[in-house]
Design a protein around this ligand. Structure first.
Ligand code: TYM
Length: 347
């Protein structure tokens, strides 16, 4: 599938909602950063996806730029890879429509995230929320993506993407690459600090349930001190002790220490000592990210010009696949189609 493409293609995205957390870092950004060396990467800020809930105009714009600056601050390289905003690349919405026409309603009704979000919502559920996985499939399939690093909560959306790609290929020929999910062995599902039975979420109303990448040191100390732990005292990784196991996972993921060595280091010590050291380790991890973030966010011209360059590259690359899709479906060329397609038509 990847013949002639050079390095395998990686694509992943984050919704600019709430506040970017250490869970987004551990489950996604950390993997993205590591895979840059071996992949041709597309890192997208999925602002269309964020519109499935109403956004305050000014705050939404500010947050999108905050997240874009955080992408760079977390070590993504916009010079070597393609970092862009979804709404800057109209091809995403174009492919969405085509994939909509191949998706069964029942497939979307079955999506766990849809069921959860629709179930929780007091307001009428919008079509965008229902259609969300199809837009995600379009994001991925437009770039001939081989690998999609995501946290555990996106697994079902990835399975759907693979299914829709196979369905299209079966009907129209081998056009889409079938993407593989990529999940970290440890940290694919970081849990909440106050409620370790649910995942840490960047849109949680209870700010104590997550650590944001931009949290100040005192806030981090406070949140970790107040994190819910399990009965007992020993620092031991055990699925029956989700609170302490989650904190150990965070420690291991942010310091690159193994769970075993953390366990050995804290043998005979209690939760308080562990939490105190964990807070300092998180603060130490966040400090350089926050410093780079401030520089990237305040240099607005540089940030905007990188995003513009990223969108240009993304438009170019996504047109190749979209063009093949249009051609396969028998859409009459004449719109913004590539030269190759016109030539095929003329010939
Ligand atoms: P989003 O914005 O909810 O989350 C961004 C990334 O962070 C991961 N993540 C977690 N990882 C570990 N533990 C957690 N508690 C945790 N919470 C979130 C997510 O799995 C994700 O990788 N639908 C996607 C965005 C998207 C996308 C795409 C992703 C749109 N198009 C194409 C990949 C490819 C979402 O809402 O992610």
């Amino acid at each position: 599938m990847n013949a002639g493409k050079g390095k395998p293609v990686l694509l992943s995205g984050i919704q600019p909602t709430g506040r970017l957390t250490i869970a987004n870092y551990i489950g996604a950004l950390k993997q993205w950063k590591a895979l840059q060396a071996t992949h041709d990467c597309f890192f997208v800020l999925v602002d269309f996806h964020a519109l499935t809930v109403p956004q305050d105009r000014a705050e939404f714009q500010r947050r999108c730029l905050e997240f874009a600056a955080l992408y760079t601050a977390c070590g993504l390289d916009p010079e070597k890879h393609t970092v862009f905003i979804q709404s800057h690349v109209p091809q995403h919405a174009q492919l969405l429509w085509i994939l909509n026409c191949m998706t069964h309603m029942g497939e979307l009704f079955r999506m766990t995230q849809y069921k959860e979000k629709a179930g929780r919502s007091a307001a009428p559920v919008n079509v965008g929320l229902f259609d969300y996985p199809v837009l995600m499939a379009a994001d991925i399939l437009l770039y001939g993506t081989d690998l999609v690093p995501v946290g555990d909560d996106q697994k079902q959306h990835l399975e759907f993407t693979r299914e829709i790609a196979r369905r299209f290929n079966h009907r129209y020929g081998e056009i889409f690459t079938i993407p593989q999910p990529y999940m970290p062995d440890m940290g694919a599902r970081i849990m909440g600090l106050q409620d370790p039975s649910g995942k840490m979420s960047k849109t949680d109303e209870n700010q104590k349930n997550y650590i944001a990448l931009l949290d100040a040191p005192d806030i981090v100390r406070d949140k970790i001190k107040q994190a819910v732990t399990d009965p007992g005292k020993t620092i031991r990784y055990d699925p029956a002790k989700p609170g302490i196991s989650n904190l150990m996972t965070i420690h291991a993921a942010l310091t690159d220490l193994s769970i075993e060595s953390i366990q050995a280091d804290y043998s005979g010590k209690g939760y308080a000592a562990f939490k105190k050291d964990l807070a300092e380790a998180v603060i130490e991890f966040l400090a350089p990210i926050q410093k780079r973030y401030r520089a990237a966010y305040s240099d607005r011209d540089a940030l905007m010009s990188r995003l513009k360059a990223g969108a240009l590259k993304a438009r170019k690359r996504s047109s190749i696949v979209l063009d093949k899709v249009y051609d396969a479906l028998g859409l009459v060329p004449g719109g913004p189609v590539s030269k190759t397609r016109r030539e095929r038509m003329d010939g």
